[in-house]
Each structure stands twice: as C-alpha cells, then as structure tokens.
Design a binder for this molecule. Structure first.
Ligand SMILES: [Zn+2]
Ligand SMILES: [Zn+2]
Ligand SMILES: [Zn+2]
Length: 295
C-alpha cells in the first residue's frame, strides 16, 4: 500500500452521534423537544459516538456501541475506501446508550468474527457473564480486549488510546473516559460523568493539556429535570461547566465540545438562545458529521 503523508490523509475523529442514551426523539416525550421529531418520524439524530479514522492504514475504530450502531458503522466505514466494518470498538460503560449496539455483532445480525471490543475489567466481566452478551463471547463474535485504568493501547505507531476511570453510577461496570492521541493532537472523550467536583482529576488542567475535549453535557440546567432527583442522575449541568471553564483562556474554551445531550437539552437545537449563549462564550457543541484532525 502506498503511504501518503499528504494533509488530507491525517488521522481524525468524526462525530457519529451526540444524544444521551435514550436518543432524540425520546420515547414517550410529548414536549416540544421531541413532538415534531416524533410526528415527522425524524431519526436523524443519533446517540453519542465518535469514530476514529486513519486513512494511512485504512483503519477505523468506534467509540461506543450505541442503539444506533448499525447506521453509525455504515457512516464510519464510508470514510475509507472499500471498508465494511470497523477494526475495533471501545466502550466506556454498561449503560444502554454505550454498549447495547454490540448486539448487532451477534448471530441474529452480523455474526461478526472476533471483532475486537476494548473494555475495562468489570465491563468485560459483565459481558462475559450475562446473556445475551455472553453469547457474543462464546461464539467468538467479539474478542474482548481488557483495558486498565490509565494504561495506553497503541492502535498504530502514532495513534494511542488511554482509558481513565471517572465517577458515575457504576451499577454494572466501571465508567471510563478516553484520551485519544494522534500524531500531533489529542482529544478527550468523557460522555458520562458525575459532577466535576467528584472527580480526583482537575478537568481544567486536563483541558489545557489536550486539543479537543468532548464532554458530558447531558442537561443544560436544572429546569430540564424538575421532577427527577438529581442525586440519582448526576451530571455536570452545562451552566455549571461553563461557570467552571469560563476561567480558562479563549483558546482553551474553544477545545470544549459539549456532547451526550439529553432530548430536553436546548443545545440540540442549533438555533436556540442557549446554543447562541454557549457559542458566544467560546465553547463548541458537537454536531453529527463534525471532524477534527489528530495531526
Ligand atoms: Zn450515557
Ligand atoms: Zn423530548
Ligand atoms: Zn451512563
């Protein structure tokens, strides 16, 4: 294969989805956020996922196996010539938006042959010991590759992925974020985390060290969830994240890409006043199809 060093060949990330686990539109939602989407049967929005593409080796990897996995795999592989499937799947944790797409690798669907699936130890144990996931393992549809906290995995000579644990509702598995490092640039992917203050890592220092930060922005503010006990579903509100990150210089604020948006989050609407406010403050909102270079 001819290895080209041209600019267009640089490894990059592509956003394959930006919604929270339940998707947008959301089941049973009669509010304005979903009513039109449901009436028009519009399913163009997808659950949170990133694709990692390396044109130099004709390889690609998925981050998260969402309920929209089939469509997202199709979108990812069209980034490369004559590509049918990704070269591996990284999974952050065992909540439905992040791993249930693995079902499409099984006997009832693709019948994959040893698709590498990268997971942390508890997540691996969960998949191995609970049906239907255990069948993916016994039939060798997937090959589980165990990750360890803060241990780097080299995908190619110049592309490295590092998981790190974050505080979250860990009923079935631990939860990680990923640092994805290319030849010249590094991205953070933290789709789910409890409040920033509960983490032993200083997120502001982390943002300063990387080039992009795709961060949990489930809810814009408390008004979206008046009927829910927030201690059961803690996330950093976007307004709280901005309050914290407003102290960063503009060059660092621009790295922040809010993602994992609940159906109720006004940032899903590109024209909402909240979207304009976030952009005015120098932050970005992840949108499907967005690409960022890792070189
Ligand atoms: Zn989630
Ligand atoms: Zn809704
Ligand atoms: Zn979660």
């Amino acid at each position: 294969m001819e290895i080209s060093e041209s600019k267009s060949e640089a490894p990059y990330l592509i956003v394959l989805g930006t919604a929270q686990d339940g998707g947008s539109p959301h089941i049973g939602c009669e509010k304005a956020c979903c009513a039109t989407l449901l009436a028009e049967n519009d399913h163009s929005r997808s659950v949170v996922s990133l694709g990692l593409v390396n044109p130099r080796t004709n390889q690609c990897w998925m981050f998260e196996a969402t309920p929209d996995f089939t469509a997202q795999v199709a979108e990812l592989v069209t980034e490369l010539p004559a590509k049918r499937l990704p070269d591996g799947v990284f999974v952050t944790h065992a909540h439905i938006g992040h791993y249930t797409g693995l079902m499409y690798l099984g006997r009832e669907a693709l019948g994959a042959h040893q698709m590498p699936v990268y997971t942390m130890p508890r997540m691996k144990q969960f998949l191995e010991s609970n049906g239907p996931w255990s069948q993916l393992v016994s039939l060798k549809n997937v090959e589980l590759k165990m990750l360890q906290d803060k241990a780097e995995i080299a995908l190619t000579e110049k592309i490295v992925v590092k998981p790190f644990t974050v505080p979250h509702r860990d009923e079935f598995s631990e939860t990680v974020g990923f640092e994805i490092r290319g030849p010249g640039k590094t991205a953070l992917f933290i789709p789910d985390i409890d409040k920033w203050q509960k983490w032993d890592t200083n997120v502001l220092e982390l943002i300063q060290k990387v080039d992009y930060a795709f961060l949990d922005a489930t809810f814009y503010d408390q008004s979206e969830v008046p009927e829910r006990d927030m201690s059961e579903i803690p996330h950093p509100f976007v307004v709280e994240s901005m309050k914290l990150m407003d102290t960063l210089p503009e060059t660092d604020r621009r790295k922040v890409h809010f993602i994992h948006l609940n159906h109720s989050n006004p940032l899903l609407d590109e024209g909402s006043p909240q979207t304009k406010e976030v952009q005015k403050k120098g932050y970005q909102i992840a949108r499907k199809g967005m690409r960022v270079s890792l070189e």
